[in-house]
Ligand binder design. Sequence first.
Ligand code: GCB
Length: 600
Amino acid sequence: MKTLILVFLLALVPCVRAQQVALITNTEGRKTMSLDGQWHVIVDPYESGYYDYRYQPSDNGYFKNAKPKSKSDLIEYDFDKSATLKVPGDWNTQTDQLFFYEGTVWYKKSFDYQRRPDTRLFVYFGAANYFADVYLNGEKLGQHEGGFTPFNFEVTKLVRDTGNFLVVKVDNKRRRDAVPTLMTDWWNYGGLTREVKLIETPATFVNDYMVQLQRGSRDHVTGWVKLAGDKLTQKVSVRIPEAGVTKTFTADGSGLAAIDFNADLKLWSPENPKLYEVFIEAETDRVRDLIGFRSIETRGTDILLNGQPIFLRGVCIHEEAPLRGGRAYSREDAVTLLSWAKELGANFVRLAHYPHNEFMIREADRMGIMVWSEIPVYWTIQWENPATLENARNQLGEVIARDKNRAAIVIWSVANETPLSDARLSFLRNLISHARTLDPTRLLSAAMERHYLDDKTQMIDDPLAEYLDVLGCNEYVGWYDGLPEKADGLGWKSKYQKPLVMSEFGGDALFGHHGDALTRWTEEYQENIYQHQIGMLKRIPFLRGTSPWILMDFRSPRRPLPGIQDFWNRKGLISDRGERKKAFYVMKRWYQELQERSRM
Ligand code: GCB
């Protein structure tokens, strides 16, 4: 066990980069101060706030937040006289001028903070898309790459009681070597898209912990607690008052305590999403979390939740804000999207194509919705580039760090529709083994492509499948691939004795646009696709879940058709304004049927 934990912590090292301690994943019970609200911004397409006229990084960039000291001083910017943008929030949907903007925007927030004695202070970002260079009071704290995962920097030594200025250079220019790369079918919303806050901790504090049922067990809890600071050898307790559990362990010289105990727990499930109040208590610190306990495994082609076969009645969701558009970020957004999924009859959601904000996962935990979580290894990234691999590993490590205690997460997915090659296979195998090291309890999957054996047979034989627990497949029979009735004659084969989740299928319809069942873009065409799809899906013997594409329309630069798409992918079962399309009810009826059958 200890070796495993060590491997976990070593695996975490690359992702801490400029951070002094690993990600602070839970702030319950801590003193925090939100930095959300209006921030002053400077739009900087030439990055002249960063580079001088010889294109060398300047010592006097905008991060200095300079002000003229005399009437003859030459300073060509002034944050406090510049426009403001709301944080959290993407910049694209806050002002028309930035709608298509891809580049650098500088953000500045001033604040006062009285740090209590013997404490440490961190600045925490829920996410910044894509690169963030962070400075406090003119000093660089570090850089973070990746648009959908949290990060923090320690500011204990730099913070002052009054007059602090936090400056963040956010750059969302797409890059060939990045994750995701240049081409995606979703909008590249830039900015400080999730919450920003200060977190105060004791000098030695509970930095992180994993408290989960051991894979395959329904009463054996294992994991670890990690302390950070200089009083590392301490007693650490895990208390679950409602289950009568109080267990004490001792952290070693590196601040690590392995935990291991039996408990009689009511298990988390969609029908009863039981969460326990769990306290992690060291001598110098205490945090509280709400944790559900459940087992998730596969046996042959079955997926077992708490030992029982289950069908994942799912739907895909993008992090597009319901009703108002733009990146979703709030608890309200999460509740709206997940309630719509529930209304559809879902017990499962596929959060595509990158880690969504933490409210989604917390609400899924509370509402009893299982989650497939994925990283933006999408289409054709640079499989041979070691820096790209490192970046993907880092993003995977950060989402696992954040969500490893959430019962709702049942699947980590490492990729979406990636073309076969040896380089791709070794890249993805690397990610899979990384995920298994960081989190031995969950299932691994990827949305793969498949191919035709003959015109009546779809074949799943991607060599990646050998390393996955659950096969994921995307298919668009009836939309990109023939007409809806093509599904009627199709059979599915798999080289692997593993459960399949049909991770995408569907087609576009503009809400309120009507015609016959073979007229593209109408609700009737989309309905027609779903009717034929369901017939086909029912005939796949190893199918154990479905997540149609997609719950709600979402913005995409690849979708310009005027009057229909207007830069929206219209495959939603619900429009961006919350209107249910006809196909919504087709899917809902099938899920009702499945639900009733599972109760029999
Ligand atoms: C896919 C992709 C998804 C796209 C979708 C579409 O296969 O995985 O990101 O948005 O198709 O609408 O074409």
